[in-house]
Write a protein that binds this ligand. Structure first.
Ligand SMILES: O=C1O[C@H]([C@@H](O)CO)C(O)=C1O
Length: 559
């Protein structure tokens, strides 16, 4: 429900329920009986209030509002053990925050692997009353992408934390708005599929979400990826797309035949329905960056002049080869910020540069991912409370490393793969400008280096550039300080580096991590904190566990 004053109140219950996301009945984590959860729609400047009740029987829960910076409400960021205590079964937590900028966002679970369990939904923020988008469109669609496994997340988690690790492998299906098709294909009639044609009436939970369009119009298609693992590429048969938004920030529009989207990213593209209106066309998403074992996600662009069940004449667009990284890099390098009042210009200099080496490691036979040889292990007491109240026993007081040894060969598996775990925090100077160099490396297996999309909470960063091999100081000369994209998620390519810059201007404690959920689960993240002494009035429900729970559970607000 919403009213004219710009407040939106939602009462949500999270529970497991039977669902058939891909035609196979399974158990998903749903909200108010829906999967994916309800879409939040608000205007820039509005307040969103979600009163979340945990109806799970034996697990805590939290929800992260991905891309919302939570200025002044760091306790509402929804990160378990970082911004708040988990909401226990039967308990209710109030997420109340301002959506300060128009754009395409989503929300998802941020505890254990609850995102993989299906806890996610879309969040669309329109421009404030009287404001205009810098582009025109006649209608819009919203596509939330995910990947789906038939094994439960509990089963997946046990595998990841077993010795030896049992990897989750590739997903059984890719879902568009929670809908996919397992063991059959919408495009089987083209004869290039080993599957039979899907038998669908349109009423199934796994029936495709079809885009019905009028000819000769412009549509905005919002696309967000909350995949656990898969990097994806979108193409629409016979149509080009104009890319205009990424992660809630406007881009210099550019035309493309296909679009890469990594987990944690969102885009808007404009589509002109200018093709032969006596036909329908395929919309397809295929896997990038990992050898695909999952069929493309398919749905139909239906020109309303036809029946939606009329199948396209040509086969679905072919996804670029999974390891054609030149193709992906070319796409990433086309992304530039629009010169617009809503997007700050990059700071020309930095105060502190943190270099983060990403490696796959071993610890007593367990597989881990580490950053500068520390695998993140988050503590029982949420950092926001323990830092605010100086509870030094709550987490490691040693500073995590700023860099990695200069002799480390990023092109080879680690010579000594042993790692340690840690819960230390990068304490950032309030209002300082921070550079982060994400440095990729070879994984444990020779000749393997993977894609990692890194997501920052509480901020957007400027993506100053991408490069090959080991970053050196002279690579600075290649930084784009003119129109770097401003976003919250950026990819590192295999054996490469990505340079980011942001201003630590948001009091709170902020996760920065690989958005591949099993990688975060295996330790692939760090924690930043800034200006925590300026955080006031942390609701006590956010602190009712661990050492803050023991110390402060009196009164209604802390700070
Ligand atoms: O974390 C990962 O583990 C596997 C593999 O490296 C070991 O099975 C894989 O592909 C990952 O991304």
């Amino acid at each position: 429900t919403s009213n004219k004053t710009g407040n939106h109140f939602y009462k949500w219950e999270v529970e497991y329920m039977y669902w058939s996301p891909d035609g196979i009945e399974n158990v998903v984590m749903g909200i108010n009986g829906q999967f994916p959860g309800p879409t939040i729609r608000a205007r820039a400047g509005d307040i969103v209030h979600v009163q979340l009740t945990n109806k799970l029987h034996t697990e805590g829960v939290v929800i992260h509002w991905h891309g919302i910076r939570q200025k002044g409400t760091p306790w509402a960021d929804g990160t378990a053990s970082i911004s708040q205590c988990v909401i226990n079964p039967g308990e209710t937590f109030d997420y109340r925050f301002t959506v300060d900028r128009a754009g395409t966002y989503f929300y998802h679970g941020h505890y254990g692997m609850q995102r993989s369990a299906g806890l996610y939904g879309s969040m669309i923020v329109d421009v404030a009353e009287g404001e205009k988008e810098p582009f025109h469109y006649d209608g819009e669609f919203d596509l939330l992408l995910s990947d789906w496994w038939h094994k439960s997340v509990h089963h997946q988690e046990v595998g990841l934390s077993s010795r030896p690790m049992r990897w989750i492998n590739e997903p059984q299906a890719l879902l568009i708005n929670g809908r996919g098709q397992y063991g059959c294909s919408l495009a089987a009639h083209h004869g290039n599929s080993s599957f039979s044609q899907c038998n669908i009436t349109g009423h199934e939970q796994w029936a495709p979400y079809i885009l019905h369009v009028d000819p000769n119009k412009t549509y905005r298609i919002r696309i967000a990826s909350t995949t656990a693992l898969a990097s994806l590429n979108l193409a629409i048969g016979n149509h080009k797309m104009m890319v205009v938004e990424a992660d809630g920030n406007y881009l210099q529009p550019f035309e493309t035949n296909d679009l890469d989207i990594y987990s944690g990213e969102s885009y808007s593209v404009l589509l002109k329905t200018s093709q032969d209106s006596s036909q329908n066309y395929w919309i397809s998403f295929g896997v990038r960056g990992r050898e695909p074992h999952t069929p493309q996600a398919l749905t139909i662009l239906n020109y309303k002049t036809n029946s939606a069940s009329k199948l396209p004449l040509s086969p679905p667009p072919v996804t670029p080869r999974w390891d054609d990284y030149a193709h992906s890099k070319a796409f990433s390098n086309k992304i530039k910020a629009l010169d617009h009042k809503s997007i700050p210009k990059p700071s020309p200099t930095y105060h502190r540069r943190i270099v983060l080496l990403n490696t796959q490691n071993k610890m007593n036979g367990y597989t881990k991912w580490s950053i500068n040889n520390v695998s993140l292990s988050i503590p029982a007491t949420p950092y926001l409370g323990s830092i605010r109240f100086g509870l030094r026993d709550a987490f490691d007081q040693t500073k995590p490393p700023e860099d990695f040894p200069g002799h480390y060969d990023v092109m080879k598996p680690p010579v000594n793969p042993n790692t340690t775990t840690g819960s230390g925090v990068y304490m950032l100077g309030y209002y300082s400008t921070v550079d982060v160099i994400l440095q990729n490396a070879n994984a444990l297996t020779e000749n393997v280096s993977e894609i990692h999309p890194w997501h920052l909470h509480g901020h957007d960063f400027w993506v100053l550039g991408y490069g090959e091999g080991k970053f050196t100081k002279s690579d600075e000369k290649k930084f784009n300080l003119k129109n770097p994209p401003y976003r919250n998620t950026a990819v590192i390519f295999p054996y490469g580096w990505t340079a980011l810059r942001f201003v630590a201007d948001n009091p709170g404690v902020w996760a920065f991590h690989c958005h591949i959920e099993p990688h975060l689960h295996l330790g692939m993240g760090v924690v930043f904190a800034e200006g925590v002494q300026h955080v006031a009035k942390i609701p006590k429900e956010a602190l009712s566990c661990g050492l803050t729970g023991k110390r402060f559970m009196t009164g209604s607000h802390l700070g």
